[in-house]
Design a protein around this ligand. Structure first.
Ligand code: TYD
Ligand code: MG
Length: 458
């Protein structure tokens, strides 16, 4: 008989090692290796399972008939946009996010919306008692008799419960870290337990055609502790994020086997739960001081949707030997690059200045297309010349100082026009002969932009 062997599994990244170490070799985290017995069950090594001869499976041609994946839409437009049109039947979705960001709130609202449209939903919470969930539902005005509620943490009990009736349209499991199964021997919350529990629930989804949403809490480092390993098993991974002190929340797709991965849904947390924000640009541009130098409006894209945000820069004489560089909402390495290009190719001396950069509203920009807007904000702050309230920027900067065109110029300009912007400065080659309703000035070098701003030649 195979002897039960123990392994040490990193609780952060799921790497397996045969001996304990203070630091995981794979991800470099400290104190994350935990001994887990994997002699049997899902986490078992193949050698520990009984050897069995395989049966051949039927091969089919790739060119066969297909059906569009059947979906259940929540009718919450911002949610459905992110999933690509609703939950696909039989699929599993992981919803990750910081504790307290609003995952349970969002799912409770989605559950109520689905139930209202006649789709049965089951909500299983391993974190809150039934009375607590009912109280929340009442506060959210989401009391729907079609939503079945249970406070349970045993996966076997949950699946037995689900199998007593017809499969619901959606099963919500909040959260996967609190679930445990008899198949795995380790303690609840460990990687082996999380993986085995998720596997059992995903199997239920595939078998019955019900969609399953698993909630996963994220650690401070921004990774889903434990459920990191679940990311590979599910069909879609969504992250719910927001900045402390700001009310808005962004739902982002990280992986989606049935839809786009760069869409966002924007919500605002209010007393009565999450409210959809259909036009995020208005939210991010809401309280800007249009006449102050150092502020540039960036016309960005999130998936198929244009989003305008204000980038604020402050450049001040430094008293420190090594001037300070602080960035909120953008990549600091990217800022260093823009500063270096300004210094090397445009004669803008920033070596003796502290530089602070902030993206208004607590929003995070991931696109390199923000380079030009950042450069404009920096030059505007240094020269003390405001950029004008009616002007938007976008474009990438290369290390040679050239301004590089970016995609979706037409959509970016259209959004700017819709929000009352009259002018835009963009790299040459963006427009490709397209007509726009706003005055576009094109340039091919960052130095040209710097000269235009510092010279005040509006
Ligand atoms: P919750 O959905 O419990 O977060 P998670 O499941 O991600 O841990 O959200 C909890 C926070 O949301 C809590 O700080 C209170 C706030 N909140 C509101 O502001 N308004 C509301 O209507 C609700 C239900 C929660
Ligand atoms: Mg919760």
């Amino acid at each position: 008989m195979a002897k039960a062997r123990s392994q040490f599994i990193c609780q952060n990244c799921g790497a397996v090692s045969t001996r304990w170490a203070g630091r995981c070799d794979s991800c470099g985290e400290w104190n994350t290796l935990v001994e887990e017995n994997t002699g049997s069950g899902i986490g078992a090594t193949p050698a520990a399972r009984a050897l069995k001869k395989g049966t051949p499976v039927q091969l089919v041609p790739l060119s066969g008939e297909i059906e569009e994946a059947p979906r259940v839409a929540t009718q919450i437009a911002e949610f459905d946009r992110v999933t690509g049109g609703g939950f696909v039947r039989g699929s599993a979705v992981l919803l990750g996010g910081d504790p307290g960001i609003g995952k349970s709130t969002l799912l409770m609202q989605a559950a109520a919306a689905l139930a209202k449209a006649g789709h049965p939903v089951i909500y299983v919470s391993g974190e809150e008692a039934v009375a607590q969930i009912r109280l929340r539902a009442r506060r959210l005005d989401a009391v729907e008799p079609q939503v079945g509620l249970a406070a349970e943490t045993s996966v076997e009990n949950i699946i037995a419960t689900l199998e007593t009736g017809p499969p619901p349209a959606l099963v919500i499991v909040d959260s996967i870290q609190t679930m445990w199964t008899d198949i795995a021997e380790s303690a609840p919350g460990t990687v082996t337990q999380v993986r085995a529990s998720a596997q059992a629930l995903i199997r239920y989804a595939k078998k019955t055609g019900a969609s399953v949403v698993l909630v996963g809490h994220v650690t401070k480092e921004g990774q889903i502790a434990g459920p990191r390993v679940v990311e590979h098993m599910v069909d879609a991974v969504l992250y719910f994020e927001g900045e402390g002190g700001h009310h808005f929340r962004i739902l982002r797709t990280v992986k989606n086997r049935f839809g786009p991965t760069d869409e966002i849904g924007v919500f605002e947390m209010s007393d009565a739960g999450l409210r959809e924000v259909a036009n995020p640009s208005e939210l991010f541009l809401g309280e800007r001081n249009v006449s102050a130098p150092g502020a540039a409006v960036f016309a960005g894209m999130e998936g198929t949707r244009p989003v305008l945000v204000e980038i604020q820069a402050l450049v001040a004489q430094s008293t420190l030997a090594t001037p300070r560089r602080a960035v909120v909402g953008w990549d600091s390495a990217r800022l260093s690059m823009v500063l270096a290009v300004l210094e090397a190719h445009c004669g803008v001396r920033l070596g003796g200045h502290d530089v602070y950069l902030n993206v208004a509203g607590g929003y995070r920009i991931a696109e390199p297309a923000a380079d030009i807007a950042v450069a404009a904000a920096l030059v505007s702050s240094l020269s003390g010349k405001a950029l004008g309230a009616d002007r938007a920027f976008f474009g990438e900067v290369s290390l040679s100082g050239a301004a590089r065109p970016v995609a979706h110029a037409g959509q970016r300009l259209k959004e700017a026009e819709k929000l009352g912007f009259a002018r835009a400065m963009v790299p040459k080659g963006c427009l490709d002969g397209q007509k726009t309703g706003i005055a576009v000035s094109e340039f091919s070098d960052l130095a040209e932009l710097v000269a235009a701003i510092a010279g005040g030649s509006d």
